[in-house]
Every structure is written in structure tokens, then in C-alpha cells.
Design a protein around this ligand. Structure first.
Ligand SMILES: Nc1ncnc2c1ncn2[C@@H]1O[C@H](COP(=O)(O)OP(=O)(O)O)[C@@H](O)[C@H]1O
Ligand SMILES: [Mg+2]
Length: 1054
């Protein structure tokens, strides 16, 4: 911003200097591509500057440059791809100066102006042959064909307008040395538009067709395209009907004298062009009979060309009854005889009589050629009329028109003849028109804008126009006079007359009139005109003949008899006959130009100046000399000078302000007041000096281009800054927008998410309340029979209990304490489960144990079944494993061993035996065999008790180790019951049970045990528990066994 303000405060000059430094890039670009409008060229009077600019642009393929609204076009001789539909679209309806110069811009501008101002316009396209005039006019036509509104009806007109071109070109164009498709006539075409801008019709005017080409072409040139098209492309039937051969070489009019060959044109395809023309003719709605007549004429001209004469004995021309005459007769519908006479005689009037005077061969050839030219020329005129009929707008409501003038430019050859004279005269007239129109419009504009008219020096060529065309005094008058006057008039007498009449005219010189120096450059038969575009020296040779364009009366009469509709039409009987001479060519041309000038004067002019960059039709080659020549001859400098008279640049205030308003802080971004005030403020700020500009009513006028350039450059700089600022603003705006959107979106998502979470929470709570309620209810009704209220709770209790139970199961079989207390409803299930689980554990345990341990346990089981819960010290024994025996066989005395070996020793254990009478303790061995228990002392068996005789065994409930074996005792000699003490009481007793196979003979007795000392004599062992273990004989004679209490009663219970 500060930078901007700083910049604003700079003066224009500082600014320019800075720009010169900073903006080298853009200036270099301008240097390279040149400026788009010559009006903005500082050195506008310098031909070289103009040339430089043209060259720069041409080298960049920029073929178009403006001089104001005039378009300069340099023929690129290559396809540039700038005539596409897309290009047309780009240029449609766009301000003229907004886009690079283009023929479409011009066409569009003309069209828009016509529509907005509802007036008539014309586009004058001029330039040397081959400079691109015809192409330009076609481009314009094509642009309108695409850009104009389209309806079925309009499309029809459009097609005809477009197709009139190939037809006209076939008949009016030819290959010349300069251009393979050179138009040999001047053409003015009106395109008529309705108020909506639709093309509704057209009209063509043609000027000065170069008829001489029919009978003669220069080396390397051709006759009109149609001849070759017909011969090359015509269908077999057609050629047969016309009596033609498919061979151009056969026709002497198509073959240059002395060469016997036709010129080749690689860029022209006669065959396909023939098809185009044929098609065009039908679209334009030529009747079939007319088309036939037309081709009959073309063929006739070719046949006529082949007609030869021979001199008879008197030197008069005679005709053999040649096939040509036959074909001519057939095609033109005239008796052969009549033709024959017509071609070899002329009618002369001798007093009231008419006599036929025979021709010499030369005269006959001349007359024949004249006839060929006349037929072709008139047919061409007829063709244009036909086209006009087809293009005519049938609706008579008011129309506006755009005229396209595709006319020959200034021509200067080494030898210039009558044609060049006419053409250059035409260009003088057009230049005159240009000056009048441009100056007029300039002046009008100044007046309109309220700006003082400053007259500017420019060359007015009226003096040259007068020199040529003035009545009685002009060159044309002199020429006509010579042509008409009786007596021997020749080209040279014509020249003398000119010298006589024009002598002293500043723009006219001849050999005779010239000073010493100039004379050297002139031949005797030359006259020189100092045209506005430069000097041209004309050779008078042929002027009279060409101006006369004589066609003998009788041959016209012959033609009048023709059955060919077109010929008949072209040689009407109403044609004034020889008594009144027809107008000369020059006069005709002069009148037609007057007519043209009138047509053009009533319209708004637009100009296209075409140039050729080189003579070789070469792309990319810029011949400075040639272009400089054209710059001059096309009057570009004149035009530029007139256009630059006063002010180089002018623009409507609105447009100027719109473009440059960023350059002043007061006008940017918007100016509140009128556009004019805004511009005033703007230019003040930019530091324009008072004489550098003028303020008109609607426009600002800037005198020098450099002022504008400085402004434009400043704008260029400013544009970048503005663009950056606008870009930044816009980006900021966009990003902010994005951010806001994102934030909104985020908030929205958040809200939704929160809402969803809250809803879930609420649902969860509601659910929880329900669950808790149910739970409480269930809890309260848990003891009632199953009902709705408690099922769930109970199920939960059950499940809960089961899961907890699962985690708190007893780990081992012997763990009898661990079992989760069941809730009331699970009592039964718990019991069942406990049983099941215990069983399961047992099974698992059992499955897991070894056979030995199994056996051990089985024995232990037996022990348990006997002593569990009965004998106090039993629990202590549970952990001590039983062994096979406590005394190994080696420790049994051999004698004893040998005695009882056959009974098989099953188990031995050391015991203490208490005597039955005195209760003296004695260490003994107790040995079980398969059938008996032995009490052994060393080598002596003290007592043998047969298992059969073992009545029972008694033990106390206390924790002593006493056992009393009750023996069946019938025999008095036998010893009585045994009172033993054994450290392995439970093992010994269990083994006894097993060995003796007696399971319930062990009695656990409380208090005292009665035993037989010997049959019939009883003893007692009393058991009691005391402080310490004591065994003694009590006073009552009983054996008293006192044993300590085992501490854990609980163990015993379990
Ligand atoms: N704008 C153009 N782009 C490309 N080639 C062109 C252009 N104008 C003319 N030419 C070439 O130049 C030749 C001669 O152009 P034409 O319009 O017939 O010249 P003129 O009518 O001025 O005698 C064309 O046949 C074409 O090859
Ligand atoms: Mg042309």
C-alpha cells in the first residue's frame, strides 16, 4: 500500500524513468513485436520506422498492424492457424483495441458499428497482386458467415454469398507470375444485413476484367481457371458434347505463343476446383440449360482459338471448313457459313450501301481474338448479373450494407501499359476518396468534440485525378479524342497530343518535356505520371487499340443470331450499332469509377492494406525494398500522416478512465463524478503537460504516443501490483470463506457428536436406572417364588454365583473347605455341583495317579474305613505312606525264615510285646505269612496265630499304639491274646486285614479292653489320655496305657 502511494506521488517523468529501469522486460517485448498501431509510432513520418515495425511483427508472425482503424496486412504465405472458429469467437463483439490486430477485429468492428449506427459501410481492400486482398475479403465473408445470426433462410443466403466466390474466381481469376490465383477484375460486393444483423442478400459489381488474357498470356501465366477446370475436370459426356479433348495443350488460347505448353500450377487443383464450381453453380441455382450454355461458350472460345486462316491468292483470309467451325456452329447455334463469313469479313458502309470487305489474315486473327475476348467478357458480365440475381434480397425493407472492395492496388512494372494506367488511376481515385473521407471524419470529430481544427500538411492528389479525368482536358479525354478522330491516329500522335495539352503540368513528364536529367530515364514513346504514391512511366504502345476494344459490327450481328441463350443475351439487338461508337474502355472505366466513388462516398470507410513481403511467395522472407515500395505505393505514410494530424490517440473518457483509473488514488477503485472529470483528475495526477492533451466533449485527445506509452507502462506495472493485491484479497477471502465453512462444519460435527454422545449417555442412564430398579426389585423379591420381578435378578445371582464359583473352586481333592457359600436359591445346585465337582476332581485325581500309589491308596482307603473318626491318632498316620515291610527278609532270623518260608512272608514289623501276666515289654518281630501271624524273638517263634483263629483285634480310640489280638483259644495250653505295641499300628493292622482277608474284625474300643491271658483267665488293658505317654501296671492289675492328646481334634473329625 505504501509502495503504491509512493508511486502515485511520483511525477510522470520519474515514473517513466523508473519504468524504463524496472520494466525493461516489457519494453523489450515491445521492441520485439513492435507496436500494434502505427499511430502510436513516435517517428510517424519515417518510412524506415514504419518498415522496422512491420518487419519486427512479421518476423513474429504478426501480420496485422493498425493505423488507427486501418488494417495493414502482410501476406505470410503460410497457414498461421489464426482463422479458426475459435479465433472468430474470440474476436466476436470485442472492443476493437482490446485484442491484437486481426482482420476479424476489423470485420467485427464494422459489423457492430453498422448495427449500432444503422448506417452503411465499406471495407476497401487494396494492395499489389498477390498481397492477399482476395484472401482478406474471403476471410471477412467467412467471419460474417459464422458470426451473423443463422436461420434456414439466412443460411441459404450465406451459402450463396460464400459460393459466389469460387464461381467468380473460376471465371475471373488466373495464374499470373505474381499470384497463382490472381483476380483479373475489380470486385465490389455489397453484403446486405437486416436490422437484426442477419445477412439477407448481396450484390456484386465487377470492374475492368482483363479480357486480353483470353487470347494471350505472358510466359508462365495462364488463362482464366475455368478453361483448365473444364478440360481437366469436365465429365466425359460433357467434353464429348462440347467437342473437347481432355488435353489443354490442344488449345492454342491456352498455350503461350512459341511454347506449345501450358503453364503448370502446383497450388491449383483444377479437377477438384471444377467440382466445387459445378456444385456452387447448382447451389446458386443456375438452371441446367444455362449451365450448358455457359460451358458451350467456354468451349466455343477454345474452338475459336484453334481457328486458323490462310491467305488466298489475293492475300485475303480464308477459312477451311475446319472442325472448329463445325463445333462453333453447333455450340453457338449459328450456321457455319455465317460464322465463316463473319470471321473473314467486315461490313463497311459505302454511302447507303453496306458491303462486305474481306480481311487480310492478320485482320482476321485480330477480329477473331476480339470476338473471343468480347464473348468471354460479356459472358463474365452476364455471370455477375446472374449471381446478383441469385443473391438479391427479395425483401425490400430497409437494409444496411457492408461493401467489400477487392480491387487492384497500385501497379508499377518495368513496362506499364493501358491496364496499369487504368489501375493506377483507380488508385488515385480511391486515395482521393480516402483523403476526403478521412479528413472529413477527422474534422467532423474535432468539431464534434469541440476541439480546434489544426490543419496538417498532407498531399492532396486531386490534381492528379484531374490530370487524368478532367473533361476535355484530362488524359482520358485526349485518348478518346484520338481514338475517335478521323484520320491516321496512332499511339504516338496520342502522345504528342498529350505533350501539347499537359505540357507544364507538375505531375506529367515525357521525353520531350523532361529536363536533361529526367530525359535519360524516359523513352520516346513514354509518358510519366507523378502519382501520389510515386512515379510511373507508361508506354503509349497499345493505348488506342485497348481503349477502342473494337469489335466489328457484323460479327456482333452474327452473334445476335446465336441460339445459345447467354450469347443471345450478351449481344442484344438493342445494342447501339456502329453509327454511334460505343464508349471507350477508359471512359467506361472512368464512369464506373465515378459510380463506385458515389457508392463509397455514401458509406463509412474502413481500410485493409495488403502487402507482399517478397516476390517469391515465400514464407518468412521480408524483402525490405519491396515492402518499402509498397508502404509508399499503398499510401500508408499519407494515411498515417492524415490520421496523426493533431493527435495520435483519442479515446472515449469512459474507456480511458476504466483502463487507467488504477494509476490515481482518487480514481481508484471508483470515480464518483463524470468520466471526463475523472480523466482530468487522472491526467493531472499523471503529470500530463497542457499541450500534450486536449479534453474533447466525449474523448480525450493525446498528442504524442510517448505520453500514452508512459501511461500504459505505468499501468503495466500497476496492473501487476493490483493483480497481486486483488489476488491476495481474493485468496484471503477464499481462505476465510473456506475457514468459516470448515469451522461451521466442525461445530456442526461437534454438535452432532456431542448430541449423539449425550443421547447415548441418557439412554445408558435410563437403561441403568431400569436395570438397577429391576435389580433392587429382584433383590427384594429374591426369596419369593420365581416371578417377573425376580427372574432376572435370580438369573443374575445364579450366573454371578456360578462365575464366582468357577474362579474359586477347590484346587485339590483334599481341600474340603474351599467352596463358595451359595445364595439360598443355589443351595441345592451348589450341593450337586460340589458333589459333581468333587467327583470330577477325584476322577481326575484318580486318573492321574500311578498303579503303586493306587494300591497304596486303596490300602489307605481300607485303613481309613476302619479308623477314620474312631482312633485319635489316625489322622497322623494318613500322611505316612505304608511300605511293603518294615523288616527285610535278611533281618529275619534264618531259622525262622526257613520255617515259615513256604507260607510266604507277607509283612514284618517290629513290635513290643507286653507279657500277659507281668506286662513286661519285650521286643519282638511280628511277621505275617499267607496263613498266620508269627511273633518271633530272634530264632524262636514265640507264638503262631492262625488267621482262622484270630477272633479280632482291639485298639483304643486314643492316640496310643496298642493293639490286642484276640485269639481263638480252646486249648488251655495255648497262649492267650497278644498285647502289642507297634509304631506302625495302622500299617500293621491294615496289612493284617488284607493278609488275613478279614475286614471287620478290628474293634476300636473306648476305655478298656478285656483280653484272655489264657483261656478262662482275663486281663485288661485300660486306655486313657494324659499329660504324657505312660505305660504301667496299674494297681488294679490292669495295664494302663496313658497317651497324650492329639492336638487337632478337628483333623480327626475330618
Ligand atoms: N492471410 C493469409 N494467410 C496465408 N496465406 C495468404 C494470406 N493471404 C494471402 N495468402 C496467400 O497469398 C496468395 C495470394 O493471395 P490473394 O488474396 O489471391 O492475393 P491478391 O488478391 O491480393 O492478388 C493466396 O493464394 C495465399 O496463398
Ligand atoms: Mg485477388
Amino acid at each position: 500500500m505504501t509502495h503504491m502511494a509512493l508511486e502515485m506521488s511520483e511525477s510522470l517523468e520519474e515514473r517513466c524513468n523508473r519504468i524504463l529501469r524496472d520494466m525493461e522486460g516489457s519494453l523489450t517485448a515491445r521492441d520485439r513485436v513492435g507496436i500494434q498501431d502505427f499511430v502510436l509510432l513516435d517517428a510517424y513520418t519515417s518510412e524506415s520506422a514504419v518498415l522496422d515495425n512491420l518487419r519486427k511483427r512479421f518476423n513474429e508472425n504478426l501480420i496485422y498492424t493498425y493505423i488507427g482503424t486501418l488494417l495493414v496486412s502482410v501476406n505470410p504465405y503460410k497457414e498461421l492457424g489464426i482463422y479458426t472458429k475459435k479465433q472468430m469467437d474470440i474476436y466476436m463483439g470485442v472492443n476493437f483495441f482490446e485484442l491484437p490486430p486481426h482482420i476479424y477485429a476489423l470485420a467485427d468492428n464494422v459489423y457492430r458499428t453498422m448495427l449500432t449506427e444503422t448506417n452503411n459501410h465499406f471495407i476497401l481492400i487494396s494492395g499489389e497482386s498477390g498481397a492477399g486482398k482476395t484472401e482478406a475479403s474471403k476471410k471477412i465473408l467467412q467471419f460474417y458467415a459464422v458470426s451473423c445470426p443463422s436461420t434456414k433462410l439466412l443460411d441459404n443466403v450465406r451459402d450463396r454469398l460464400l459460393l459466389s466466390n469460387p464461381v467468380l474466381e473460376a471465371f475471373g481469376n488466373a495464374k499470373t507470375l505474381k499470384n497463382d490465383n490472381s483476380s483479373r477484375f475489380g470486385k465490389y460486393m455489397d453484403i446486405q444485413f437486416d436490422h437484426m444483423g442477419g445477412a439477407v442478400g448481396g450484390h456484386i459489381l465487377s470492374y475492368l476484367l482483363e479480357k486480353s488474357r483470353v487470347v494471350h498470356q505472358n510466359h508462365g501465366e495462364r488463362s482464366f481457371h475455368i478453361f483448365y477446370q473444364l478440360v481437366e475436370g469436365g465429365e466425359e459426356d460433357l467434353l464429348r458434347w462440347l467437342g473437347l479433348e481432355r488435353n489443354c495443350q490442344r488449345y492454342s488460347y491456352l498455350v503461350q505463343v512459341g511454347e506449345g505448353e501450358c503453364a503448370k500450377v502446383s497450388s491449383v487443383n483444377d479437377k477438384s476446383d471444377w467440382k466445387t464450381v459445378r456444385k456452387a453453380l447448382s447451389v446458386i441455382e443456375f438452371s441446367e440449360s444455362n449451365i450448358e450454355s455457359l460451358f458451350a461458350i467456354i468451349a466455343s472460345v477454345l474452338h475459336l482459338g484453334n481457328v486458323t486462316f490462310v491467305a488466298d491468292s489475293q492475300g485475303y483470309a480464308t477459312l477451311n471448313n475446319s472442325p472448329e467451325i463445325h463445333w462453333l456452329s453447333k455450340l453457338l447455334g449459328i450456321p457455319a457459313q455465317v460464322i465463316q463469313v463473319g470471321l473473314t469479313h467486315r461490313k463497311i458502309e459505302a454511302r447507303s450501301e453496306e458491303v462486305l470487305s474481306p480481311f487480310t489474315v492478320d485482320q482476321a486473327v485480330y477480329a477473331k481474338d476480339a470476338l473471343a475476348k468480347a464473348i468471354y467478357g460479356r459472358t463474365f458480365t452476364w455471370l455477375v448479373n446472374e449471381l446478383n440475381e441469385s443473391l438479391a434480397n427479395k425483401d425490400s425493407s430497409r437494409k444496411t450494407v457492408i461493401g467489400l472492395l477487392d480491387i487492384y492496388g497500385f501497379e508499377v512494372f518495368s513496362v506499364n501499359s493501358f491496364e496499369q494506367f487504368c489501375i493506377n488511376y483507380c488508385n488515385e481515385k480511391l486515395q482521393q476518396l480516402f483523403i476526403q473521407l478521412t479528413l472529413k471524419s477527422e474534422q467532423e470529430e474535432y468539431e464534434m468534440e469541440g476541439i480546434e481544427w489544426e490543419s496538417v500538411p498532407y498531399f492532396n492528389n486531386k490534381i492528379i485525378c484531374d490530370l487524368v479525368e478532367e473533361k476535355f482536358k484530362g488524359i482520358i479525354s485526349v485518348l478518346d479524342e484520338e481514338c475517335l478522330r478521323p484520320g491516321e491516329a496512332t499511339d504516338m500522335t496520342f502522345l504528342e497530343k498529350l505533350e501539347e495539352k499537359m505540357g507544364g503540368h507538375p505531375h506529367f513528364v515525357t521525353h520531350k518535356l523532361a529536363d536533361q536529367k529526367t530525359r535519360k530515364t524516359l523513352e520516346r514513346g513514354d509518358f510519366r505520371l507523378l502519382h501520389y504514391a510515386g512515379e510511373v512511366t507508361y508506354s503509349v504502345v497499345g493505348f488506342l487499340d485497348k481503349n477502342n476494344d473494337l469489335l466489328y459490327r457484323n460479327i456482333k450481328e452474327v452473334m445476335r443470331q446465336s441460339k445459345n441463350a447467354i450469347v443471345k443475351h450478351c449481344f442484344p439487338s438493342t445494342e447501339p450499332d456502329s453509327k454511334k461508337r460505343p464508349e471507350t474502355v477508359a471512359t467506361q472505366f472512368k464512369s464506373s469509377l465515378v459510380g463506385l466513388t458515389e457508392i463509397l462516398m455514401s458509406k463509412e470507410p474502413w481500410y485493409v492494406r495488403c502487402m507482399k513481403p517478397n516476390e517469391g511467395k515465400q514464407p518468412g522472407l521480408f524483402d525490405d525494398v519491396l515492402v518499402r515500395h509498397q508502404v509508399k505505393y499503398l499510401g500508408l505514410m499519407e494515411h498515417l500522416r492524415v490520421r496523426r494530424a493533431g493527435f495520435a490517440y483519442r479515446r472515449r473518457y469512459e474507456i480511458f478512465l476504466q483502463r487507467y483509473k488504477p494509476l490515481c488514488p482518487d480514481t481508484w477503485p471508483n470515480w464518483k463524478g463524470t468520466a471526463a472529470e475523472g480523466v482530468e483528475c487522472l491526467v493531472k495526477h499523471l503529470g500530463y503537460k497542457p499541450d500534450e492533451y486536449k479534453m474533447g466533449r466525449t474523448k480525450i485527445f493525446i498528442r504524442h504516443p510517448r505520453t500514452l506509452f508512459a501511461t500504459e507502462d505505468a499501468f503495466e506495472v500497476c496492473k501487476h501490483e493490483l493483480a497481486t493485491r486483488i489476488q491476495a484479497k481474493y485468496k484471503g477471502y477464499r481462505v476465510k470463506g473456506d475457514y468459516m465453512r470448515q469451522r461451521q462444519a466442525a461445530t456442526k460435527i461437534e454438535t452432532c457428536w456431542r448430541g449423539m454422545k449425550a443421547r447415548r449417555e441418557r439412554e445408558k442412564r435410563a437403561w441403568a436406572v431400569k436395570v438397577i430398579k429391576r435389580f433392587i426389585k429382584g433383590f427384594m423379591t429374591r426369596n419369593q417364588p420365581a416371578c417377573v420381578d425376580n427372574t432376572e435378578y435370580l438369573a443374575f445371582v445364579r450366573q454371578n454365583y456360578l462365575t464366582r464359583l468357577k474362579e474359586n473352586l477347590p484346587k485339590t481333592v483334599v481341600d474340603k473347605n474351599t467352596w463358595l457359600t451359595p445364595p439360598p436359591i443355589m443351595q441345592e445346585a451348589s450341593q450337586m455341583l460340589r458333589k459333581l465337582y468333587t467327583r470330577h476332581m477325584v476322577r481326575r485325581y484318580v486318573q492321574g495317579i500311578m498303579t503303586e500309589r493306587k494300591a497304596q491308596l486303596q490300602i489307605k482307603g481300607l485303613t481309613s474305613s476302619i479308623f477314620k473318626g474312631t482312633k485319635e491318632n489316625y489322622p497322623h498316620s494318613v500322611g505316612i505312606p505304608f511300605v511293603d515291610t518294615r523288616i527285610s527278609e535278611e533281618d529275619i532270623h534264618i531259622k525262622v525264615y526257613q520255617m515259615i518260608r513256604q507260607e510266604r512272608i507277607k509283612y514284618s514289623v517290629p513290635v513290643v510285646k507286653y507279657d500277659r501276666n507281668g506286662f513286661r515289654p519285650r521286643f519282638r518281630q511280628l511277621i505275617y505269612t499267607g496263613s498266620a501271624a508269627y511273633l518271633v524273638e530272634e530264632a524262636k517263634i514265640k507264638q503262631r496265630v492262625e488267621f482262622n483263629n484270630l477272633k479280632g483285634v482291639s485298639v483304643s480310640t486314643l492316640s496310643d499304639n496298642f493293639l490286642i489280638l484276640h485269639v481263638q483259644c480252646e486249648d488251655i495250653k495255648q497262649k492267650g491274646d497278644l498285647v502289642l505295641q507297634c509304631d506302625y499300628l495302622f500299617e500293621a493292622l491294615t496289612k493284617l486285614c488284607l493278609v488275613a482277608n478279614k475286614h471287620n474284625f478290628i474293634k476300636v474300643v473306648q476305655g478298656s479292653v478285656k483280653f484272655d491271658i489264657q483261656p478262662g483267665r482275663e486281663g485288661f488293658v485300660d486306655f486313657k489320655s494324659g499329660q504324657e505317654t505312660m505305660i504301667y501296671r496299674a494297681k488294679n492289675g490292669h495295664l494302663m496305657v496313658e497317651s497324650t492328646r492329639t492336638k487337632s481334634r478337628a483333623m480327626i473329625q475330618n
